[in-house]
Write a protein that binds this ligand. Structure first.
Ligand code: A2P
Length: 274
């Protein structure tokens, strides 16, 4: 399996990235990102609302890796929607990171129509200005995506949503993939809640891997980017070590059977008007 996916923007995105949601700003995030980069991660996913963009950027700079070898995503929170505020907010994110550009910037949630479309135009402008390579959305439903695509001049490259075997969002994932939008799975480990589920643990035991690896690999084999969060170097290493084995048909079928609508994060349909 390839370790990256091609986006509709023409850029490649590494298919496993480190999530830093709830990584405390400061030394915890800095240390987590630096250790991940040393372990071989080449993709970090942050957001303005996490308050740790500066720590991510500092770790990327201090890693000594060439800028084009690390993929960095951030997200605009809804209080910065509307064209002028959003453009300023992207500029702020880039400045805080201390990096010359960000690889991907997302609208973190749909927010209100009107300001949402303005924010999207600002992201398009940020691409033109070279501040950002690719743009996308997070927590968008199909209806939100369809509406955005009618006015967008750059189509979203990704939709980042919560997906794992216990919340598969099959219709939304199928819609995105048919539209050429890469699905990024956040909370691919269900925030840890389902790591001891007997079906996951059973597959893991049979294949000689860990439950976390099974859950991450399930998303990858469904064509998604996976963004497991860990601040612990041992668990980070485990979560990246998912390219040396495959889930067979039986394992995929067992995991596909785990759907139970377990939302641990945000429900794109329940929040925010179209
Ligand atoms: P920690 O950061 O202490 O490693 P998700 O990515 O679904 O949001 O899950 C993140 C949660 O799962 C965090 O609490 C994280 O804790 C924990 N976690 C991450 N990787 C593993 C792993 N390999 N095994 C067990 N727990 C993990």
């Amino acid at each position: 399996m390839a370790t990256s996916l091609l986006l509709n923007s023409g850029h490649h995105i590494p298919s496993v990235g480190l999530g830093v949601y709830k990584s405390t700003p400061g030394e915890e995030t800095y240390g987590a990102v630096l250790s991940a980069l040393r372990l071989g991660y080449r993709h970090v996913d942050t957001a303005q609302v996490y308050g740790n963009e500066a720590d991510v950027g500092r770790a990327v700079r201090d890693s000594g890796l060439p800028r084009d070898q690390v993929y960095v995503t951030s997200k605009l929170w809804r209080d910065a929607y509307g064209y002028d505020r959003a453009l300023a907010a992207v500029q702020d994110s880039v400045r805080r990171s201390g990096l010359p550009y960000l690889d991907l910037v997302l609208l973190h949630c749909p927010g209100e129509p009107g300001p949402r479309e303005g924010a999207w135009r600002a992201l398009e402008e940020a691409v033109r200005q070279g501040l950002v390579r690719s743009i996308g959305v997070s927590n968008f439903s199909q209806a939100h995506l369809e509406k955005l695509s009618r006015t967008a001049t750059i189509q979203p490259a990704v939709n980042q949503i919560e997906v794992h075997p216990f919340l598969q969002r099959r219709e939304l994932v199928a819609y995105c993939q048919a539209a050429g939008i890469v699905v990024e799975a956040y909370s691919p480990l269900s925030k840890g809640h389902k790591l001891s589920d007997p079906r996951v643990a059973g597959v893991a035991a049979r294949l000689g891997v860990t439950p976390a690896q099974v859950m991450i690999r399930w998303g990858l084999q469904h064509g998604m980017v996976s963004l497991p969060k860990s601040v612990n170097p041992d668990r980070q290493a485990v979560n990246l070590d998912v390219f040396g084995f495959a889930l067979d048909e039986g394992a995929m079928a067992q995991l596909d059977g785990c759907e139970e609508g377990l939302v641990t994060g945000w429900d794109p349909v329940a929040h925010d008007p179209v």
